[in-house]
Design a protein around this ligand. Structure first.
Ligand code: CU
Length: 125
């Protein structure tokens, strides 16, 4: 019986909505009057520059992404974003900083030996 109750805990947490809260979410969740901020991230083997960005809660973030060498990717799971970054092109993604916290992003297109370490984070204050 005790085993059964312990097994229920994750189910109850999921039902209460805790598991669905993210610092960054899809742009469609932003209110129409949310202030927008545009930032640029450059991708190059095997790092993003900057690797860490800080935004204010309630901001609609427009991220301009550019690769300077090979095709990289940019994945920001919580906001449902996963795009390819062909070299020499500019790719724009938009998402909403809904609450304080942080989310990691990563290269999502295999680009060589350092690929798995190519990541960064976005902090919402
Ligand atoms: Cu990569």
């Amino acid at each position: 019986m005790r085993q059964c109750l312990i097994g229920l805990i994750p189910v109850l947490l999921a039902l209460s909505g805790c598991a669905a809260q993210h610092a960054l979410v899809a742009a469609s969740a932003a209110p129409a009057d949310a202030p927008a901020k545009t930032l640029t991230i450059i991708a190059r083997k095997y790092h993003f520059t900057p690797k860490e960005i800080v935004v204010k809660r309630g901001t609609l973030v427009r991220l301009t992404l550019k690769s300077e060498d090979v095709t990289h990717g940019f994945a920001l799971k919580s906001a449902g974003i996963n795009v390819k970054l062909p070299p020499g092109q500019t790719v724009e993604v938009t998402f909403y900083a809904s609450q304080r916290g942080e989310e990691g992003f990563a290269c999502s297109n295999f680009c060589g030996i350092g690929h798995l370490a190519m990541d960064g984070r976005i902090i919402v204050q």
